[in-house]
Design a protein around this ligand. Structure first.
Ligand code: 3HC
Length: 303
């Protein structure tokens, strides 16, 4: 028997490419009101500009009417703090892949949200059990019912970039996640128009435990001079029918994000096959974070 998601109002933390995409599919496909928060007012402004652009594109393509686009836009509202999310039924954290940031947000969510609200993370690689432990909050006895309730309602809901296009959501069940919370998260992802897979809570889950060594190996090929940037990408694009070569894909995901995920894989497994390439480390040191920063393996002129 399928479970209803019961999400009448959603919270999203982070208005970057992932948070904005999650807000978009929630408002357009699941038709759920969304409250979105980001510490940067500029990021919120950029996020809404992109949201409007995506809606206008869908209207132009005949995928939705002008009225439907306006209704979807009206469903999304920016709020200045987590405290304003008190009435949401689920909040998806979609901030950068940095454990201290995610854990402090989860702790804040567990304080401000209703005790039955789902605490979801769009983490790409960090343990949902570990993030859930942070939701317990300081000063709460880990054996208390407050602590176990917080851990039971935490779940990983991993969307893929670009969220409006990619068909998958990977769900991650932490050690203490309740089956009902997992079922409701699954029902919500389906309402957003996605297909769902489930992974155990291991570093990188299924998706990034497979994708990141592939990207890293491509970077090492470049580092060792085995082939040029263009030939590495062309080999995978034309030889294996990948929509993007691995170096283009790394730029698209963000080199800082790729490095953060690779470090989580390496540190979480101590397996040398996950060691990030030195070239990737240096590029991130240089501020070459891929498409979003204007330079990665390729250059992206802003205009
Ligand atoms: N946002 C919304 N829609 C977008 C978009 C974006 N950023 N980029 C492209 N699209 C839409 C276009 O509007 C178009 O829609 P249509 O079919 O309705 O006309 C459709 O996608 C195809 O776009 P284009 O024709 O412009 O370009 P391509 O055919 O080259 O497709 C792509 C672009 C979909 C990005 C394709 O290159 C692709 O699938 N690349 C691989 C992406 C991928 O692997 N993503 C996963 C990254 S890993 C991840 O996210 C996990 C994390 O944990 C790291």
């Amino acid at each position: 028997m399928s479970v209803a998601h019961g999400i009448k109002r959603l919270g999203v933390l982070g208005a970057g490419q992932m948070g904005l995409g999650i807000a978009f599919v929630s408002a357009v496909h699941a038709r759920v009101p969304v409250l979105i928060n980001d510490h940067s007012p500029d990021q919120i402004k950029r996020g809404f500009a992109l949201f409007d652009k995506l809606l206008a594109k869908d209207v132009a393509k005949g995928k939705m009417t002008q009225t439907e686009a306006k209704e979807a836009r009206d469903r999304v509202q920016a709020v200045e703090s987590i405290a304003k999310m008190r009435d949401v039924d689920m909040c998806v954290e979609a901030v950068s892949e940095h454990f201290p940031l995610k854990s402090s947000l989860f702790s804040s969510l567990s304080t401000h949200l209703r005790p039955d609200a789902i605490l979801a993370s769009n983490t790409s690689s960090i343990s949902i059990t570990k993030i859930a432990a942070a939701a317990v909050g300081e000063g709460v006895d880990a054996k208390s019912s407050v602590a176990s309730k917080s851990a039971e309602r935490a779940v990983g809901i991993h969307f893929f970039n670009p969220v409006p296009v990619m068909k998958l959501v990977e769900l991650i069940s932490g050690l203490q996640t309740s089956p009902n919370v997992l079922d409701r998260a699954r029902a919500f992802a389906i309402a957003c128009g996605k297909e769902v897979t489930t992974s155990k809570d291991v570093p990188g889950f299924v998706s990034n435990a497979l994708l990141m060594p592939f990207i890293n190996e491509a970077i090492m090929c470049l580092e060792k001079g085995i082939a040029s940037r263009d030939d590495i990408d062309k080999t995978l694009k034309l030889g294996m029918n990948h929509p993007m070569g691995p170096l283009t894909l790394a730029d698209f995901i963000g080199l800082d994000t790729c490095l953060a995920i690779q470090r989580t894989l390496y540190e979480g497994t101590s397996d040398s096959k996950y060691r990030p390439s030195i070239l990737l480390e240096r590029m991130v040191d240089a501020g070459w974070h891929g498409k979003k920063s204007g330079r990665g393996f390729y250059e992206y002129p802003t205009s």
